[in-house]
Design a protein around this ligand. Structure first.
Ligand code: CMC
Length: 376
């Protein structure tokens, strides 16, 4: 035809080379910089995964201790950012507040493009360290509670739960949160990572690229799906509906069921497999087996009706719910983790940059005659 082919949604287009992650959508395989996701889930800490995504190798003990110290010393927020969090609307979406606060953090750091790898990694550490503090501070502030300052010790997962709840989490809760952070850290050229690399490619700064990426992650087709999954389960509960019928109705109305389907996976997302096990275990421990059982019924219905499998967002919702976390914070937790992948990609893009500048096919008219405003 006279037109070039357009891959709507850039499906299947390879836009960058990367050392960060590999996905085999047919086999349901996910690798971060050489390590299978199951291996990392079993052995790593989130901080080790951060190091891996920033350096393409695992840290030795000294390097890991050093990274932990740097993260611990970077968790506090500048006062003006805290003031913003306390003064903005209590009804604001947490993801919108997080986006604005991260953007504001840039005001307190050198604004020019970063020029050495070490400088970029330090910036990635700073942003990664402060995101949990922002999320917890806003949630407490909007609930009329005191903001809890971060500790200069312990893990990212521990600090987040501590600042959110005002009490130290148990070992199991910390481990569950840490595992969720590992599972969400990196995932190829998804919409937010692409956004982040496109912004980096203009030689803009890391705060701008993370801010843009948060905007992309927020949407319900991407990271916003986990919150929608929980809303759906709570809606089923409130209406006392049969989950299978509820799903049939949605599908008949040609509505999407959140937490299902994926551009790359044509089988069960390996992260969903791990989260499914966690969801089952936690629901048994907390006695809320109904939500887990409905999830399984929904999964079966989606498989038999549409042959569509769950993605990472489906079971993460019930895992967070079992931990007592409010649904509108779920996408913020995704951000807390994915920032490691974004900043890893930023560093990679900056090292071997070319401006991202594709083209659009013009399908409008040409050579139209000018008509003055009063005659239109
Ligand atoms: N519910 C019902 N039908 C679906 C769903 C779903 N969740 N996902 C895909 N389909 C159907 C879709 O309607 C289409 O059917 P048909 O060919 O009859 O029109 C077919 O499956 C192919 O779907 P698509 O929309 O062309 O697939 P895509 O690659 O453009 O979209 C997606 C991928 C993730 C946006 C989509 O599956 C979706 O909207 N899912 C729900 C939102 C969601 O869970 N997003 C999280 C994604 S994974 C992790 C993350 O980024 O957070």
């Amino acid at each position: 035809s006279q037109y070039p082919h357009i891959n709507k949604g850039l499906a299947g287009i390879v836009a960058f080379s990367s050392n960060k992650s590999f996905i085999d959508g047919e086999k349901g395989e996910l690798i971060y910089a050489g390590y299978d996701i199951d291996t990392l889930a079993e052995n790593a800490s989130f901080e080790e995964v951060c190091f891996l995504l920033w350096n393409n190798r695992l840290p030795n003990q000294t390097e890991l201790d050093d990274l932990n110290t740097k993260l611990q010393n970077s968790r506090e927020l500048p006062q003006p950012v805290l003031n913003y969090i306390q003064n903005t609307s209590k009804n604001a979406e947490p993801m919108a507040v997080l986006r604005t606060a991260v953007s504001m953090l840039g005001d307190f750091h050198k604004v020019e493009a970063d020029d050495t790898e070490e400088f970029r990694i330090n910036k990635a550490i700073t942003i990664t360290a402060k995101i949990p503090t922002i999320i917890a501070a806003f949630d407490r502030s909007r609930s009329g509670k005191d903001i809890i300052e971060p500790l200069n010790e312990k893990s990212t997962a521990f600090n987040f739960l501590y600042m959110l709840n005002g009490e130290e989490p148990g070992e199991e809760a910390e481990k569950t949160m840490d595992l969720c952070l590992i599972l969400h850290a990196e995932h190829g050229m998804n919409a937010s990572t692409f956004t982040n690399r496109a912004i980096c490619s203009t030689e803009s700064d890391m705060y701008s690229s993370v801010t843009g990426a948060i905007g992309a992650l927020k949407g319900p087709l991407h990271g916003g799906a986990n919150q929608q999954v929980m809303n759906m389960l709570l809606d089923i509960d409130e209406k006392d509906a049969d989950p299978v019928e509820y799903i049939h109705q949605r599908l008949d109305a040609k509505e999407k069921v959140m937490g299902f389907g994926h551009r790359v996976y044509k089988t069960m997302d390996p992260r969903a497999r791990i989260l499914r096990g966690m969801s089952k275990q936690l629901s048994e421990e907390t006695g809320h087996t109904d939500l887990y059982e409905w999830s399984e019924a929904i999964l079966e219905t989606m498989k038999s009706e549409k042959d569509i499998d769950p993605n990472v967002d489906f079971f993460s919702a019930t895992v967070y719910y079992s931990m007592g976390i409010k649904p509108d914070l779920y996408t913020c937790i995704f951000t807390m983790s994915r920032v490691s992948g974004w900043t890893g990609h930023y560093i990679e893009q900056a090292e071997n940059n070319r401006l991202v500048r594709p083209r659009a096919l013009y399908i409008g008219e040409k050579n139209k005659e000018w008509v003055p405003a009063e005659q239109r």
